[in-house]
Design a protein around this ligand. Structure first.
Ligand code: PLP
Length: 472
């Protein structure tokens, strides 16, 4: 990859992001950019083509390159709800659609994982082969319950990158973020306890809480704004909450980021009431801005936060390697791990440690973030142009989820089924609620490598939404 063209592209990207170059504005001519940035014409062209691929600019024949306009009339979904008393978990609909997640015959607009083309699959495959050649016996034996030391070191190093000091000895390696969250919940709660979750939130968190017989209160996570801190403080004052499971960095399905001030206030409010904070930091590395937002742990002075994460969205979901850490909770987490799966599989742990030791993972991550950001914009453009007027879409700033509020009360389950009949996977909104809400919302994933087939599928789902709207 030519670094020169990337430097030029990054400078223009920054100007667009900061609003220095505004929607509809003409970009400097290729010759001028070449002169200003002291690069060849070919390099300038390469930079503009890259920005076009990302959906940030468009070429107009015989006129030049222009900053693409924001999608017309595309507000973010509203979230209208009032706080309610804790309630037991219920979401029977979950099981009805979960088999969709594993179907390989669908065009997967539903699967919140990046296409393998966007992940460093070849490097990982080579690391697996190397591990089997060099460390076959260790790869085939049980790993220690806490996890392979070389891998824990690499995880600590990634957090050090974003200014967070983590001791490798406090990390417990898990089978993905999901096991990490389950272990954290098991370590700090007892059946019947009240747990605070966001609404909407990832259905896996709802399942984990349901499996442990916990009750739930919900705090809104608003598109564009993140967790509603004032409501969170109110809920903690009214209810005896034992733990909070939050996704401040790019909540799934909304894609929002809770800012540093909000994070600080959340950590302080939970610490003041002895509420254990469990943060799901799975998407922390996938900020479209390129700047990794801090985890809640950064603001934790008392060692009370448990941070969970995994390599699922940045290396490979199938390896099932994640982590949990929280300095006050290491013994409990380790005990829970021993009772749960004894140890995470050795081969994936060793292979990931090997990969991270020998590769600059920031390179594939930069590309992944860029593609996800470009995809989110492309999806929003297609929805603005081809879906019924009145459809609202979240504007994610990281991760790979888009949250849609369908026009004129179109039923999301009906749309999900109609799309399924055409071989297209989507997820109806009520999966992301404990109370059967979001009947008119849909979650889409923008983790696929963009091509004409995806655009067609998105347009087809929009046409189905329009048909359902007219049939109402
Ligand atoms: C918010 C959130 N947490 C956890 C998970 C599960 O992660 P893992 O595959 O590492 O278990 C997902 C998967 O999509 C998710 O979106």
């Amino acid at each position: 990859m030519s670094l020169l063209y990337e430097r030029v592209a990054e400078s223009l990207r920054g100007q667009i992001r900061r609003g220095v170059l505004r929607a509809g504005e003409r970009l400097p001519s290729l010759r001028r950019v070449g002169r200003q940035q002291q690069v060849s014409l070919a390099t300038a062209v390469e930079a503009y083509v890259q920005l076009e691929r990302e959906g940030l600019v468009e070429a107009r024949p015989r006129s030049g390159y222009y900053v693409r306009g924001a999608a017309p009339d595309l507000p973010e979904p509203a979230l209208r709800r009032t706080p309610r008393a804790p309630c037991a978990m219920r979401n029977p609909a979950l099981l009805d659609v979960l088999d969709v997640l594993t179907r390989s015959d669908l065009l997967p607009l539903h699967a919140a994982t990046p296409s393998l083309e966007l992940l460093p699959a070849a490097g990982i495959a080579a690391a697996v082969a190397r591990t089997m050649r060099r460390h076959r016996d260790a790869a085939l034996r049980y790993a220690m319950p806490q996890g392979q030391p070389g891998l824990r070191l690499q995880i600590a190093r990634r957090y050090a990158h974003c200014g967070v000091d983590v001791d490798p000895d406090e990390i417990v390696v898990t089978a993905g973020a999901m096991e990490a969250i389950s272990l954290a919940l098991r370590s700090v709660t007892r059946s019947g306890d009240v747990v605070l979750l966001e609404t909407p939130t990832y259905y896996g968190l709802l399942q984990a809480v349901a499996a442990l017989g916990l009750r739930v209160v919900e705090v809104p996570n608003r598109p564009g704004a993140g967790i509603d801190v004032a409501q969170l403080e109110g809920l903690l004052a009214r209810h005896e909450v034992r733990a909070a499971v939050l996704v401040p960095n790019f909540n799934n399905p909304v894609g929002s980021l809770t800012g540093d001030a909000g994070k600080q206030a959340i950590v302080a409010a939970c610490a003041a009431r002895c509420v254990v904070l469990i943060e799901d930091d799975l998407y922390g590395e996938l900020a479209y801005s390129g700047t990794r937002p801090p985890p809640l742990r950064r603001f934790d002075r008392q060692g009370g936060v448990i941070t969970c994460g995994s390599f699922s969205k940045m290396l490979a979901p199938g390896l099932r390697v994640g982590w949990a850490f929280g300095s006050r909770w290491t013994d409990e987490l380790l005990r829970a791990k021993c009772f749960s799966s004894v140890a995470t599989a050795s081969l994936p742990q060793l292979a990931i440690a090997d990969y991270l030791a020998h590769h600059d993972v920031d390179r594939p991550l930069r590309r992944l973030r860029r593609e996800l950001a470009a995809n989110a914009q492309r999806y929003r453009d297609v929805v603005a142009r081809y879906w019924p007027a009145g459809t609202r879409v979240s504007e994610p700033v990281g991760g790979m989820a888009l949250w849609l509020e369908l026009a004129d009360g179109v039923d999301a389950q009906a749309l999900f089924e109609a799309a399924l009949a055409q071989g297209i996977g989507t997820l109806p909104g009520h999966l992301f609620s404990n109370r059967d809400e979001y009947r008119h919302h849909l979650r889409l994933s923008c983790g696929l490598l963009w091509d004409a087939k995806i655009e067609q599928a998105l347009r087809a789902v929009g046409a189905l939404a329009d048909r359902l709207r007219k049939e109402k």
